[in-house]
Write a protein that binds this ligand. Structure first.
Ligand code: F0G
Length: 463
């Protein structure tokens, strides 16, 4: 027999499913009343009333049998647990930083870092601050300044690294603010609030050089580092033959530290860390960790969580996994684009972002078009997505409102959870919503807290 090798067109899920969790179906009538009861805020819905939950990719992934078995063999000692040393050695091996401080999740690492280094009058440059990062910077009296390249703000524009930092804007900020007032320069990989778009190795290197010249520490928000490494491998010249692990090591070799939410590319349900090279800064951060998280060899995680992260970080770097992961978003993106729906192009790592401003031009930004679309997806198909627009970013520190730069609906994919037929169903729901888009109306805020209002605000449709 001399068979021609078969080249598969389908990138299949690189796992088989041995433990399942039922999802529950509701009727549209039920969803109408559930959404009203939730104050028209999907964050306030009960998860059991959601069919496909794309609210976030954070902590919602499926763990591997290897992670579960590691958890069974954990060491829960208060101080010096072997689980901590396994965790620390994985983080050091991949990220290369000397000091590894475990935290219960990413924002705890942010809290410790910014409380330690940032104060009134300081400016923190970032490609785009994630909402918790911004909140921690501002909570410490500093200014969070976003400076992604202009291509990164144009949803339809195709560019391989739309998460890149605008280097001129960075230098101008250093010139006008003075390096003494910039305690750290951050880079978020991938750029979540800007469409899950990657940052190139070239840009990471340049930011690092600029930071070095001015003696400013350079930290990376590393949440989706493995996905970013895959984009570098597949889109940047010179990296095709390198493994995601080699690429990740190079990325972090240019930085002085990182904050990490292990709920993303740590493939875990909880956990995070702050990793630092500077001994003195690490010591200050450790002292604060004891106050707010726990003893520095568990810092907010159980031993079994640290075991899950130690294995998860490597699983996130597996090529077969990353190929499937990134194909999920491009597969949905292609279906939506061919139906005429505008999305952030090219599709990012963990999510597809629909351009609601483009889809719903009849809804003014301050009547929240992306919020309206998010609610319509729930009503029509039981899908839960998240608004990244003027509800999330519109409220200014002085209480006024300003339209956000973009009105996006993010469909974030939990890792290793949904299959291709879920994605096919999802595309049908979105396309049906698109076909009825003229019927969608805006919303108004009825009540909301002063910070991070999107989590608990109560809204009402504007008739
Ligand atoms: N940085 C980025 C870029 C993030 O996306 C997140 C979380 C954090 C920091 C904070 O990490 O949740 O572990 O405290 N993003 C989630 C999301 C919540 O849905 O995008 P955390």
């Amino acid at each position: 027999m001399n068979l021609t090798p078969f080249k598969s067109q389908t990138i299949i899920e690189p796992f088989r499913i041995r433990s399942v969790e039922p999802i529950r179906f509701t009727t549209m009538e039920e969803r109408k009343s559930l959404l009203k009861k939730a104050g028209y805020n999907p964050f306030q819905l009960k998860a059991k009333h959601v069919l496909i939950d794309l609210l976030t990719d954070s902590g919602t992934g499926a763990m591997s049998s290897d992670q579960w078995s590691g958890m069974m063999a954990s060491d829960e000692s208060y101080a010096g647990a072997s689980s901590f040393y396994r965790f620390e050695s994985a983080v050091r091996d991949i990220f290369g930083f000397n000091h590894v401080i475990p935290t219960h999740q990413g924002r705890a690492a942010e809290n410790i870092l910014f409380t330690t280094i940032a104060g009134k009058g300081d400016v923190i440059p970032n490609n785009t601050h994630f909402d918790t990062t911004r909140a921690h910077v501002e909570h410490n009296g500093a200014e969070a300044r976003d400076m992604v390249i202009s291509e990164g703000k144009q949803p339809q524009l195709i560019h391989p690294f739309k998460g890149n930092m605008n280097l001129e804007a960075l230098q101008e900020t250093i010139r006008s603010t003075g390096p003494d007032r910039i305690p750290v320069i951050m880079l978020t990989i991938t750029n979540n609030s800007g469409g899950g778009q990657p940052v190139s190795m070239q840009n990471i290197r340049s930011v690092s050089e600029i930071a070095n010249v001015h003696d400013i520490p350079f930290f990376i928000d590393a949440c989706r580092f493995a996905e970013n490494a895959w984009f570098i491998k597949t889109r940047e010249e010179g990296f095709a033959d390198k493994s995601p692990l080699e690429i990740a090591r190079e990325i972090f070799s240019y930085a002085d530290g990182c904050t990490m939410s292990a709920k993303k590319d740590g493939m875990s349900n909880i956990g995070g860390f702050l990793a630092i090279n500077d001994d003195r800064l690490a010591q200050k951060c450790r002292s604060l960790t004891i106050l707010t998280e726990g003893f520095p060899t568990y810092g907010g995680m159980a031993g079994y969580d640290m075991e899950a992260v130690a294995k998860g970080l490597y699983e996130a770097l597996d090529e077969g996994y990353l190929r499937y992961r990134i194909r999920t978003t491009s597969y949905l993106g292609e279906k939506l684009t061919s139906a005429g729906i505008s999305i952030v192009q090219p599709t990012g790592g963990h999510a597809v972002y629909i351009d609601a401003k483009e889809m719903l031009p009849h809804i003014h930004s301050l009547q929240y078009p992306a919020w309206s679309l998010t609610n319509a997806l729930y009503l029509l198909g039981g899908i839960r997505a998240v608004e990244i627009g003027s509800v999330m970013f519109g409220l200014q520190p002085d209480g006024s409102e300003k339209p956000a730069a973009m009105e996006l609906v993010r469909l974030a994919f939990p890792r290793r959870v949904y299959t291709q037929s879920h994605v096919d169903y999802l595309s049908e729901v979105i396309i049906s919503t698109f076909e009825q888009r003229d019927k969608l109306t805006g919303y108004k805020v009825v009540s909301a807290p002063e910070v991070l209002r999107h989590f608990s605000a109560q809204l009402e449709p504007v008739e």
